[in-house]
Ligand binder design. Structure first.
Ligand code: ADP
Ligand code: MG
Length: 557
């Protein structure tokens, strides 16, 4: 059997047409797809070799090679993985065998108008080569087959392909792209190399490229351009702290060591790995009030192939400081952002990520309080947003917060709600707090005098976000959180008798005060709040706290 020409299945022609037209704005992903196939081929051979070690005795180091030829205007991606037989080639790249592509077609049937958006959701894989190439040649030999069992496949992606036998000395597959006019940017070594490291840095096999000598590849000198180790895919026990720290730094965005990290693998109906880091200090943009616009640093991989920065899809906003990697086994490669946002599998992964981070913070708070204090100094207020944003984890987040208190050490924020509850007086049923513009104003507030006198602890809140947060944090461990400035005050029996006597005695004074103040106040009452100060302003349960009212006024509300 020598050369033969065949037609693609009708479906393939359709896919080819759509892929080449709609992937045009993301054409560089062809390289990621081809490297991902090469890596899969190496994975398959590695697996086969478990049962048949003879398959890899020759050319034992599994690897991927990427090179370019500026004269021939080609790029090639080669692997020494499993390779393909003639039947494989026909089945795999002449038909819609790939499940990803089939799903793509199924989703397309009916309405094709959304093709450019839809295409990103599926692994279009091999065919993406035709986005940049007007001819693609595949030269392949299956592992364990004789040299003459090689196959040469070629197509211009327009409906037909040719197949012929070939003598191939090396096991595996080479894909050669003959670039279209105008795609010369990919013929530069540095450009290619950048794409390789951007998308495939953590492919677990070495990706080698020849040295660039004046724009031409030097075939005598190959360098490994990826880090070739999916750190997160290795067992925890084999990874040193130093490796974890270096990986964190390689993720970018921070020159400092991380504060802590958590590395977990979930096996089951849905398997995934998470490696999550908490930084020590906020990055510059977050301190500048930014960080909401562009959130980077949490990368989504699917089977070790980089898919995208997906911090927003994988973590809620209040955990935007977290960095790391999520590697999912079961998501379709080339999944789009739109799809991620409504993907149910991803919802589960997201919930798991939140749990991991909160577990990690909880652990640091217990084991390393000093470290935790550093963390809270930088991210405490960000974390408070979670009280509002994440109702399901409200208690867990509240547990992590620390406040200044009348029983704490000055302005230092080191009292937890658990500390507070542990010191509550017998019969005390509420967690009392006061909010103010500053620590000094909170600590000196006349409203807390009576509670202080009775030995009841009051949390002193003075961060801008506190009032907003406390609107949502109304209860903790079954105890109400109460603002000392609001509503009725707790009185014991003796207090009540005193209060009544005082009310009668002061009646004429109260009348005069009401007359003088007029509608500036709602009421004038004898207060149980005060011990030293003669008077204070109090709020009904439904009033805004004074400094919040002031903030709103400042903001023009
Ligand atoms: P997918 O990778 O999602 O299966 P692709 O279109 O990328 O879809 O590839 C189609 C099929 O072609 C693969 O499943 C594989 O069987 C075969 N294939 C592609 N590239 C290679 C390669 N380098 N080595 C071996 N087989 C390959
Ligand atoms: Mg593929």
């Amino acid at each position: 059997m020598s050369q033969e020409t065949r037609k693609f299945e009708a479906e393939v022609a359709q896919v080819l047409h759509l892929v080449t037209h709609s992937l045009y704005s993301h054409k560089e992903i062809f390289l990621r797809e081809l490297i991902s196939n090469a890596s899969d081929a190496c994975d398959k051979l590695r697996f086969e070799a478990i049962a048949h070690p003879g398959l890899v005795t020759e050319d034992a180091e599994l690897r991927i090679q990427v090179t370019w030829d500026p004269d021939a205007r080609t790029i090639s991606v080669r692997d020494n993985g499993i390779g393909m037989t003639r039947e494989d080639v026909v089945a795999n790249i002449g038909t819609i065998a790939s499940s990803g592509t089939r799903r793509y077609l199924e989703a397309l049937s009916g309405e094709q108008k959304a093709d450019s958006r839809l295409i990103g959701q599926f692994g279009v894989g091999f065919y993406s080569a035709f986005v940049v190439a007007d001819k693609v040649t595949v030269i392949t030999r299956h592992a364990g087959q004789p040299t003459e069992a090689g196959v040469r496949w070629e197509s211009d992606g327009k409906g037909e392909y040719t197949l012929e036998e070939a003598n191939i000395t090396e096991r595996g597959t080479t894909v050669v792209l003959h670039l279209k006019d105008g795609e010369d940017e990919f013929l530069k070594g540095w450009q290619l190399r950048q794409l390789v490291t951007k998308y495939s840095d953590h492919v677990a096999f070495p990706i080698r490229m020849p040295e660039d000598k004046d724009g031409k590849p030097d075939p005598t000198e190959w360098v490994t351009v990826n880090s070739a180790s999916a750190l997160w895919a290795r067992p925890k026990s084999e990874i040193t702290d130093e490796e974890y720290i270096n990986f964190y730094k390689a993720l970018g965005h921070d020159f400092n060591d991380p504060l802590a990290w958590a590395h977990n693998r979930v096996e089951g109906s849905q398997s995934f790995t998470t490696l999550l880091y908490v930084p020590e200090q906020p990055p510059f943009d977050m301190m500048m009030g930014g960080g909401r616009e562009e959130r980077k640093g949490l990368k989504l991989y699917i089977k070790r192939v980089f898919i995208m920065d997906a911090a927003e899809e994988l973590l809620p906003n209040y955990l935007r400081f977290v960095r790391g990697v999520v590697d999912a086994d079961d998501l379709p490669l080339n999944v789009s952002r739109e799809i991620l946002q409504q993907n149910r599998q991803l919802e589960k992964i997201k919930a798991a990520c939140v749990k991991r981070v909160l577990d990690l913070l909880d652990k640091v708070s217990r084991d390393e309080p000093a470290k935790f204090a550093t963390f809270l100094a930088g991210f405490g207020n960000t974390l408070k947003e979670g009280i509002v944003e994440d109702a399901a984890n409200r208690e867990r987040i509240a547990k992590l917060l620390r406040f200044a208190s009348t029983k704490g050490e000055g302005a230092e924020k080191n009292v937890s709600l658990d500390d507070y509850i542990g010191r509550m007086a017998v019969g005390q049923d509420a967690i009392w707090y006061v909010t103010a513009d500053s620590y000094a104003a909170a600590a000196g507030s006349p409203q807390i005098e009576a509670l202080k006198a009775k030995g009841i602890e009051v949390l002193l809140m003075s961060d801008r976000i506190d009032e907003w947060m406390l609107g949502y944090l109304t209860e903790y461990e079954g105890k109400r959180l109460r603002n000392v400035a609001k509503g009725d005050f707790p009185l014991d029996e003796a207090d009540k008798a005193k209060q009544e006597a005082a009310n009668t005695a002061a009646a004429p004074l109260l009348e005069r005060a009401k007359g003088l103040l007029g509608d500036k106040v709602g009421d004038v009452r004898v207060s149980a709040r005060l011990t030293d100060s003669p008077s204070c302003l109090a709020l009904s349960d439904f009033d805004l706290a004074p400094h919040l009212a002031r903030l709103l006024r400042e903001a023009g509300q």
